[in-house]
Design a protein around this ligand. Structure first.
Ligand code: SAH
Length: 486
């Protein structure tokens, strides 16, 4: 795997300044060991007119597999041999991006004490990647790089020059040229877009990948026409991560638009409020049922898990019985809107002391959620992929363990009664599943059993004799034995 970065010099600015900017001396070949193999940095040419730095990555396919990271797309294990015999050593890919960020970390951040003015200024740059795996072909390569100010040459590499009839491989020879970008910008483009084009990540997508993407994407990703594709692919289509990143980018975009930011969130809230004035009775009935269940439980300190845009938090605040209310959501955008709705910034001290909005995922245990009287999961469980549900179950019933847990979820049987809902469709595009009454009861009963709770069920909305109510509600209460033990 191989990438070269070249620049040309001008009077007073020798091309060899590239060495300062990359923090790598042009006169020396350097070797770095990375977790996947060895990275070499050297300069095939280095004089005042032209300077080229090369990064060559020698992949150790055995180390790759030993580290348990030689997985194929989507995390599925590759066939055994393919783990060892593959294109990784030859093709630029996500590993090259990782090496770039390891070897040129200061340059990526634009840090250069020796030549700060050069680091901050655009340079004439030429980047060449001789073999770039590009799912989506030369066309996608152009769509990704051209909007960022690059002149793009992307030539398909034939499978075999001796047999042109075999057509092209999935590789392109990529040349990028620009004199409008700083070196840091250029490196950050490569860091994000090489793995996006490769589209097969070779290490697990962890939660901090979102942060990495946002950091590297600063200043260019939020406004990129292919932002969605980039985010999707970079985060390997892992849905919740992808959505989180998109929401944060949306906030960045709003913040960049500056004044319009507050206005847009206001508008979003206004639209919500308008919708409330033509009340969706079911949402209101649901809130009333939840409030009633909480009151009956005697709870004072309440968690609203997956609080969304804060409607229930708002209702809880109006009732002085509830002394502490915490809204939790994974979505930064939803929380921003909830904050506006509640007017957190203009709230009196006493009121403000009662309410908190925190960002967090319910798929992970979280000590901040321990010690509350009650937790609400209103229309949340169906937003998790079914295989993630046990993680939420453990985080809430096994770890946070409030005395009372109120859960609501749609009753799929009722869907035939919705006039606008085509048969077989769920109510919301984001619902991962919808359950029959029996399925919900089965799940809730098993959860109660596993974690020492009793559970009771109630309908929300008109209880249709045939298909049941539109919403089903369960109230879990710690068994007496468990409550005493706590
Ligand atoms: N409770 C609100 C919102 C329901 S929409 C109501 O009843 O109207 C579902 C909410 O769950 C969304 O705001 C979504 O961001 C949140 N959510 C989905 N998965 C989550 C997770 N793993 N952790 C925390 N919140 C999550």
């Amino acid at each position: 795997m191989f990438v070269t970065i070249s620049t040309t010099g001008t009077a007073g600015h020798p091309a060899t300044d590239l060495g300062y900017l990359l923090h790598k001396h042009p006169g020396r070949a350097q070797v770095f060991s990375t977790s996947y193999g060895t990275a070499h940095v050297f300069y095939p040419e280095a004089d005042a007119e032209r300077c080229t730095a090369a990064l060559l990555l020698e992949i150790d396919t055995v180390a790759l597999v030993r580290r348990g990271k030689g997985k194929g797309r989507g995390g599925a294990p590759d066939a055994a041999l393919a783990q060892y015999v593959n294109d990784r050593p030859y093709a630029a890919s996500s590993l090259l991006a990782v090496a770039l960020s390891n070897v040129f970390s200061s340059a990526l951040r634009g840090v250069c004490d020796a030549r700060p003015e050069r680091a901050a200024a655009p340079l004439p740059l030429r980047v060449e990647v001789p073999a770039l795996p590009a799912r989506g072909g030369p066309d996608l390569v152009r769509r990704l790089f051209a909007p960022l100010g690059w002149t793009v040459t992307a030539d398909p590499v034939p499978l075999d020059t001796a047999f042109p009839q075999w057509g092209d491989s999935r590789y392109v020879r990529l040349v990028l040229e620009s004199d409008r970008l700083t070196l840091a910008e250029a490196l950050r483009h490569l860091y994000v877009l090489l793995p996006v084009l490769d589209d097969a990540k070779h290490y697990w997508v962890a939660a901090d990948e979102v942060d990495k993407l946002l950091r590297a994407g600063e200043g260019w990703l939020a406004g990129h026409p292919e932002q969605q594709l980039i985010t999707n692919r970079y985060l390997s289509r892992r849905w919740s991560l992808t959505r989180q990143a998109r929401e944060q980018l949306e906030l960045v975009r709003l913040a960049e638009a500056d004044d319009s930011a507050v206005e847009e969130i206001d508008n979003a809230v206004a639209q919500e409020t308008e919708a409330e004035e033509r009340p969706t009775p079911l949402a209101e009935q649901r809130r009333a049922a939840i409030l009633a269940a909480l009151e009956a439980s005697g709870a004072a300190r309440v968690l609203d898990l997956g609080c969304g845009q804060g409607q229930l938090v708002q209702a809880l605040l109006k009732d002085t019985r509830f002394t502490e209310i915490v809204g939790v959501d994974v979505s930064v955008r939803a929380l921003a809107i909830a904050g506006r709705r509640l007017k957190l910034d203009r709230m009196g001290e006493r009121q403000a002391a009662r309410v908190k909005l925190v960002q967090g995922s319910l798929a992970y245990t979280d000590n901040r959620l321990k010690g509350y009287d009650a937790a609400v999961l209103s229309e949340v469980i169906e937003h998790l992929d079914l295989p993630r549900l046990p993680a939420l179950e453990y985080a809430v019933f096994g770890h946070a363990r409030p005395r009372t847990v109120v859960v609501t979820t749609p009753n799929v049987e009722y869907n035939v009664r919705w006039e606008s809902l085509p048969a077989g469709h769920v109510r919301h595009g984001d619902h991962r599943f919808e359950w029959t009454r029996e399925e919900f009861r089965g799940w809730a009963g098993a959860v109660a059993e596993r974690h020492g709770y009793d559970v009771a069920f109630a309908p929300v909305g008109a209880d249709d004799p045939e298909v049941g109510p539109p919403t089903q509600l369960a109230v879990f209460t710690k068994t007496e034995k468990e409550a005493k033990a706590a």
